[in-house]
Write a protein that binds this ligand. Structure first.
Ligand code: C2G
Length: 155
């Protein structure tokens, strides 16, 4: 088994295997999902809070195609949004989020102990509770991508 350290940009099967297997058996892993447009302190605080609770953080970043399905357009294109998320020191791995139904397979593939979202999603993913912990953490008040977009437009 290739146990070279996980490169931030490494989403190959080897890295997935790397993340899945040689990690210490007691290490806990959490996965979270989002668009992370106009990456801001609210996103960083969410990642920091997750890492206070779990050893490994995998972040799934919505592709532009999936955002279109969500009826959302982001200012920052996918490749830049996932690069920004990967650059955050709390993030151990970032993967694309391509659809609503991806969570079940991700939880199995990464052996996730928890799926964590901000409180604006409270209750939305309780259907995953048979698979792992489902945790909703308080949002950071006073900042959001949509607010930033509004400010930029007015500027
Ligand atoms: N968030 C937060 N505090 C803020 C803003 C956002 O904690 N001030 C959290 C949200 O609660 C969410 C995450 O940051 O858990 C990402 O938010 P968005 O980018 O708005 O995610 P969204 O487009 O809603 O996509 O499958 C789930 C979707 O991918 C969620």
């Amino acid at each position: 088994m290739n146990s070279r350290p996980l490169a931030l940009s490494d989403t190959t099967a080897t890295a997935r295997a790397g993340l899945l297997l040689p990690r210490p058996s007691e290490a806990t892993l959490a996965i979270t999902y989002g668009t992370f447009d106009l990456f801001h302190i609210g996103h960083v605080q969410l990642f920091r809070r997750i890492k206070e609770r779990y050893d490994i953080l995998v972040v799934a970043v919505s592709t532009d195609e999936f955002n279109a399905i969500k009826g959302k357009t982001s200012v920052v294109p996918f490749e830049d949004r996932i690069a920004l998320v990967r650059a955050c020191r709390y993030v151990d791995m970032a993967i694309p989020e391509c659809g609503w139904g991806q969570k079940e397979s991700d939880i199995a593939e990464y052996g996730a102990h928890a799926m964590v979202m901000g409180s604006d999603w409270s209750g939305h993913f309780d259907n995953l509770k048979p698979l792992c912990e489902v945790v909703y953490l308080p949002r950071t008040e006073g900042v959001s991508s949509s607010d930033l977009k509004r400010h930029i437009r007015l500027a």
